[in-house]
Design a protein. Sequence first.
Length: 289
Amino acid sequence: MTVSDPVVETVVATIGRSATEIRQGLIGRRGTVDEENPSGETQAEADVWADELLGDRLTGIGGIGQYASEERAAVVDCGDDPATTDAYAVAVDPLDGSSNLTSNNTMGTIFGVYDAALPARGDALVAAGFVLYGPITTMVLATDETVTEYELSGGERTVVERDLTIPAEPVVYGFGGRVPDWPDDFRAYAREIESELKLRYGGALIGDVNQVLTYGGTFGYPALESRPEGKLRLQFEGNPIGYVVERAGGRSSNGTQSLLTVEPDALHDRTPLHVGNDELIDRLEAALA
Ligand SMILES: O=P(O)(O)OC[C@H]1O[C@](O)(COP(=O)(O)O)[C@@H](O)[C@@H]1O
Ligand SMILES: [Mg+2]
Ligand SMILES: [Mg+2]
């Protein structure tokens, strides 16, 4: 099943084909480099390598005017200006959860295709999705039309689930950050959820969100006492994940409003991030109000 917009389809196909190579290329790239990314985090060799690989390929696609990545300070202009033409901008988190390379746990690649110049609001997304490097490599893709899950193998993208929706009955939850660093109102909400749902936390947003999409429930990386702005990045993580979960029938929130309506100030802005079944996100917002 292909996407009807040919530019979006080319982006998705390019990321799908690159995923097999990225997965293979992780071998021998589990160390860190002596550099920090624009968020001040130590880069893994694989972060830098995956960003270069995706950057080279995505900037060459006709109809793509900007490329931005969690691993680069500035937006790369690579075609017409998305602000004034119908070119799109692509933003990626080349490797999400790359600290999991050390322990050989799940990681992902996140992407968003924006019909606006970056940084942009999430409601300017025309498509977003992620690759999950689990026991098998899968992709979840959301467009205006639907959410689809694929298996990726040998450069092929095979549909495994059409019209993916979040199950109505929540089962799992995962919350990031250290408990003593959680604000009191979030901690009180978390205590309730802990007594209702089953804990799943793997340290890669993609792995944890995919469990929520599979079983129902919620994932949150809240505002912390030490970091009120949260940990995750709006353009590269919050917007695309919020878009996928909302398209799948759930909700996203920064604590007070949909992630897709947050006005960005800068490319590497962070945000508290909450996604999941709508009644859980309603409860979260009520708890933080
Ligand atoms: O180590 P912590 O604090 O649990 O943080 C885990 C979170 O950080 C991240 O690893 C950040 O993503 P990156 O690896 O792309 O920087 C998320 O995937 C994950 O949800
Ligand atoms: Mg990430
Ligand atoms: Mg990353």
